[in-house]
Structure formats: structure tokens, C-alpha cells
Design a protein around this ligand. Sequence first.
Ligand code: ADP
Ligand code: MG
Length: 697
Amino acid sequence: MNVLDYPVTYLSNVGPARAKQLADGMGVRTYGDLIQQFPSKHIDRSRFYYSYELTTEMPYVQMRGQILSFEEEGFGRKRRIVGHFSDGHGIVDLVWFNGLQYVEKTYKLLTDYVVFGKPTLFRDRFNITHPEIESADKFSISSVGLRPYYSVPEKLQKRGINSRMMEQWVRTVFRLIHEPLAETLPEYMLRELRLMSRDEAIRAMHYPQSAEHLSRATYRLKFEELFFIQLNILRYARERNRRFAGYVFPVVGDLFNDFYYHHLPFPLTEAQKRVIREIRQDTQMGRQMNRLLQGDVGSGKTLVALMSMLIALDNGFQTCIMAPTEILAEQHLDTFRQFLGDMPVRVELLTSTVKGKRRQAILQGLQTGEVQILVGTHAVIEDNVTFRRLGFVVIDEQHRFGVAQRAKLWNKGQTVPHVLVMTATPIPRTLAMTVYGDLDVSVIDELPPGRKPIQTIHHFENRRQELYKGLRQQISLGRQAYIVYPLIKESEKMDLQNLEEGYREFCKAFPDLNISMVHGKMKPADKDREMDRFVRGETQILMATTVIEVGVNVPNASVMAIMNAERFGLAQLHQLRGRVGRGADQSYCILVTSFKLSGDTQRRIQIMCDTNDGFEIAEADMRLRGPGDLEGTQQSGIPFDLHIANLARDGQVVQLARDVARRILDSDPDGQRPEHQTMWAALSDLNKRTVDWSSIS
Ligand code: ADP
Ligand code: MG
């Protein structure tokens, strides 16, 4: 058996119990797993610290001095032995909770020792619990430079597993490995990219010769990690292209042209034109389109969707658009009908409220092909809806749709329809390349002309009167306002009270105005009615929870006030803010917060006040929260807790990895080239252990 496959129980101090802890807590089962647990940092053992320099933030420090005396303190489980250690400047207490006799026997008083451990503060004195101690004569500073420090999950620390123990185990394993660790990347790639061999890199991760050596090792492993992800995604995408032929839309016909020349109420933006061109090209190639359309709120994605759908109709196909909520579906229906005017296109709405005969008629129309554009929610479209010839599907606000849901759609026709996924939650480029790595990406990076950037202002909650004043002023100009309260879970009573309480306050402050209230606990019909009143301008203020987050379009609204803004994430704040600024006049977003704000929250609020650019906000969000928590990434199946690489920071490496992976697939489409064999083997090995790529669309 290969040393790397030895179970950890072969280590002298690892029994079955500890092996289970290692497996459950860190996923470590074998020697090979162990050496892939890289240190979280290295500690400079080339100097000694003095007691007056210590802080509680220090990870591990090294000190030199003598133990002046031992003392036993505490009773029962708290019984401990304390060695008062002096470095000639002050006293630090060395503390042991077990092996008391051993400690007293082993360490001599008034003898020079080198002590190593993490300082903590206890009763105004620095303590080092279970320090590592070496005799000072045997110790030579030059022999130990950067020393690995392994982060061990707290749960395992409680079971007595610590960095030092990891260090010993790893060292033991390396002593047993006599051959270089197997390479996973082709030789020529290492040469071209000047990458360290895998063997050197893994060793250097633990025992670097210098900071620079460590950084090159990290780079090599980061690259490898990202490269295999890209190789997977791109290979899978190509496979799909090969398998799924796409419908061909050869013509741009009467409907599109009629619309373009006679019904379009305003000129398209350059960005809209570009995206429509990209979609046209995609749908002419005979391969199935999977395109992600990113565009900030209000950038005019809906119109792009409609015009692309007209191309599908012109080629004899049906289309459908799926919205995340019924309100949005209805809004799409209205928008489409308005845009289309008297054009001979049959557009129908299918939601859970469409029932009985009406529903039957629509289902029938879909089967015969008379219904050309179906607007609905995903819930409705999933179940037993059969199209005669579905050629083009638009999915709006994609992050609410799981991958599985998208896949289901594909079974509807024999040939998979073209899919356009639209999202207003911009995804940082590096993330898009990974999460949606197999989708082509279009970006609308331009707002329709004449929009004024929204002004965002931060208020502490005591400035209520000012808020009222501002609102009154806007409303007197004929504008409308949203007031949003947080409701983290719909069942959270407290927050609901906030909204209801707020509603009472606002009713008192604005007795002369009409105010709507909407929240997720209302019956859909009531919700729609309230919403409707606002859309039609009968009410001037809409007070709501985040149910209004996505897509609602009331161009006359010019104020978005968000209460307890500290409780919202950046993406959500940006979405909410996007509800205003849709008309030509100046709009405002007021972020109301309490006084106590954490550092992260302050940064979030600051970013919102500084920029309206969704991409900038997404990047910042990713930096603050890490890629794994961003909308749209959870269901992707990609392990965002990447081992070494960090999608928030390693954008350039992602790009490089993608380029290299693409070149490999171009040059070796069937995976036959001998110099690639170890790479393919490594990839399939990796896949066995990690992700089910086939589930990724
Ligand atoms: P998105 O879905 O991207 O958030 P919408 O499609 O709802 O944005 O568009 C926002 C508003 O801008 C709508 O009222 C729409 O009619 C309008 N609009 C779209 N494209 C243009 C354009 N080229 N010029 C002017 N207004 C536009
Ligand atoms: Mg939209």
C-alpha cells in the first residue's frame, strides 16, 4: 500500500476514537489527507519575544527564561499546575491541566528554557497553557525558521488535538515518504507557467524556506485547484454542446421587425443592442444557448427578453418566461402586452391563481401552439405544462431558481430550448466564471439615458422628523415612496410588529395620505390589491417587507427608505434601492440604522452611499462575506470553501486557469494525448471525492 493511503490509526498516538474525530472534524482519514492539511500560518521562530511585548492577538510566541516556582491551583477538573516563568522582564504563567507530576519531574527550576505557545490573558497576567518547552542549550535559533501552525477546529482542540500534535504527525508522514509526491499537471504546463512541482509545493506549504518560497508554493496549489474546477466546467459544457443540438432560428422576421420599427417606444441602448445581437448569434449556430444576462436593476433586461422571444416566434417556436413571484409574473404580462400593443401575438399568464376553465384553455393553447408567449412562475410551469414547440425560455431573477428546476424544464421538449437566464444581482466576474462557468455571459452595462443616479443617504434612527420632511416634500411633487422593514423570516413576529408599528406611526404622521402595506403573510389576493393600489398611484406610500425586493416597477416612486438597514446584506440593499431611480427625476435611498453598528455594517452602508454600480457592490460583498454566501452560489454544487484559492482575491488566477483549461480542451478534445494522462486521472480522482458535476447545469 502507498504510504499516503495508510489510515491515520497507523500513527502511534492515534487510536480509533481520535481517528474518528479527525475524520469527522477535518475530513482527515489517511496520511495523504494529513499532509494536505496545510498550516494556516507560519510562525517566525527566529526570534524571542519579551513579556512586555505580548498581546492576546498573538498566535504563538517564543520566549526564553526560567521557571521560578511551581504552584498547584484549583480543585477537581480545574486543578492545574502553574509555573511562574520569568524572562528577566516580567512573569508569564505556564499552565498545565494534566500530567501534573510529569511536569514537575521534567522541568527544573531556575534553568534556561525556550518556551513556545499562545499567550492568553488571565487575571491580568499572561498565561501560556500547555506550552512547548525545550532546553535552551539544545535550542538553536538558526535551525528553526518558519514553523507551521495548524488551525484545528475548536471541537478537536477540546479533545486535545492541537497544532503541535498535527505538526508531529505531518513530520512523521513526510519522514516515511521516500518518493516524490505524484505530479498532477503536465510537465510542459509547469515549465510554461513556471510552476513548482506538486511535490515541492506540498512540502513547502509545511516547511517553506522563506516567505517567498511559501508564496510560490501557494500559487502553484491555487492554480491547480482552480484549474481542475475550470477543466471540469468547460469539459462538461463542451460535452453538453456535443449532446444537445440546439434549435436554429435562421430568420429575423415580421414580428421582430414590426416591433422594432413600429412599436418600440424608445431607442435601444447600445448595450441592449449588443445583447440582442449576441443572442441572435447563439441561436443561429445549431447549438443550445445557455446565456446569463447580467444587468443592473432598471437596465432594461425585460425588453431584451421580449425581443429575443419575438425572434423565436418568428421562427415558429413558442416561448416562456418564468418569474420568481406571481406579482412579477403579472407585471411581466402587463409589460409585454403594453409593449406589443395590437400586434398579433398571444401572450398568456399562468400562475396558481389561474384556475378552472381559464387554465384549461391556456394549457390547451400551449399544446396547439396558439399561445405563443407564456408568462408564469416556475412553480406553475414545472407541472404538467406541455408545449407544442417550446424553443426559448427566459428565467428572470435566476438566483431564486435552483439548478434542478432549470434542468426540469429541459425535459419538456425533445430538443432542449435555448435558455436565457436574467439576473440583476451582479456576480463578480471570477465567481461567474466558476458558478456559471459553462454559461455564456452577456452584460448590460449601461442604463437607459436620462436616469439620474440615485442619491443614497445614511440616517441614524433618531432623524425620523427629517425623514418625514423629505418624504412630504417628494410626495408634494407627486412622487411616491417605499418604506421597507426587515423581515428576516416570515415567521418572525417581532419584525412583523415593526412593520405594523411603523404603519401606525406613518398613518399618524401622514393622516392626509393613503398608505399601502404589504408583507409575506398576507393572502396573495390582498397583497396584490395593496400592491396594485400603489402601482396605480392611489396610495403614495408603500410600506412593506422585502416582498417587494425583486422587479417591481413603479417609475413614479422616488424614495426608498430602508429601516434597520443594518439587517440587510449588500445585495439585498442594492436590489431594494433599484426599485427607485426608474424615472427621469432625482431619486433617493435613505438607509436608516440604529446607532450601534459593527465594522462590517458600517462598511456596507458606506459602500451603498458611495456607489450605484452593482458590480462594484457585488465585489465588495464577496470580499466582506466570502463567495460561498453570495446569492446564487449555494445551489451550484461547487465547493466554495476552496482549499487554498479564494475567489474573492484570486481573480487573475481564475482567469489564467480558465484560459489554460480551454487550451487543453482545444488541443486534446478526446483526452488522448499521452502527456495529459496523469492530469485526467487526477481529475477523475478528484471528482470521485468531491462534486457531482453532472448535476450542474
Ligand atoms: P430590469 O428588468 O433590467 O430591471 P426593466 O426591463 O424593468 O429593467 O426596465 C426598466 C425600465 O426602463 C422600464 O420601464 C423599461 O420600459 C425602461 N426601458 C428599457 N429599455 C429602455 C431604453 N432603451 N430606453 C428607455 N427606457 C427603457
Ligand atoms: Mg426585471
